[in-house]
Design a protein around this ligand. Sequence first.
Ligand code: MN
Length: 291
Amino acid sequence: MTRERTVERLITAHKQLEGGGFEVRRPLPTAGVDHLDPFLLVDELGPVEYGPGEAIGAPDHPHRGFETVTYILEGAVEHEDSAGHRGRIGPGDVQWMTAGAGIVHSEEPSPDVREKGGRAHGFQIWVNLPAKLKMTKPRYQEVQAAGIPRAQTPDGRARGVIIAGEALGVRSVIDTITPIVYQDWTLDRDADVSIAIPADHRALVYAFEGAVEIGGREVRDGQLAVLGDGDVVRLRASASGRVLLLAGVPHREPVARYGPFVMNTEQELVQAFRDFQSGRMGEITRTAQVG
Ligand code: MN
């Protein structure tokens, strides 16, 4: 027997400056909601149109204790980190970075976007790690758009990009440390799709275009729906909409967070600052560019 999840709560994203000063729509965290276990943050960058020289990124900064997941829809971001990973992700590409014990990275608009300007749109979410894996070795996974599996309903009205987890028999290629679902669903008029999400997961839906309907409730552009218990998420659209579907198994552990660090206790946060300041999270090795 299946049980459809209903909307327990709607959170409207607020605007916030991040990194070097770019604006994001942020439904999580928000006033009174520090995290939605196991998710710590959901940021939507743009869509924004940058003029020449206007694009802003996030220069060298540390993370410890969780994972950052970046999904680009428009524009491009260049990444470098202290573990020696380097990458450029463009439209449709995903970067799944496990900060674990500690990493210093930079996330910057690609030089062509910085020089000429252009559109930028994308997401970054933070996924918490359980206490026993917070000090795991940093890991970096990058998947280009063409390598990300897609699923759709037989009538083609609902189409999903399966970044993590499974839907309609299609399984993701990203390896997640704990069970995580991360999918981008586009719904045309009269779309109706049911996605099985195990009952032990917490499920969230963030609408970023149009609107979708879940259990008789409308979730509009810029709203994050926190879903209740069940084992199926059914998304419908009377007009059209686009959403991120996020789900994961809660860790049910204390969360101590401050800026770029997310641990279980205040003492561990203090230690994280000390380790960063004494250089124990490393630094980015940059080779001089010629020409
Ligand atoms: Mn970062």
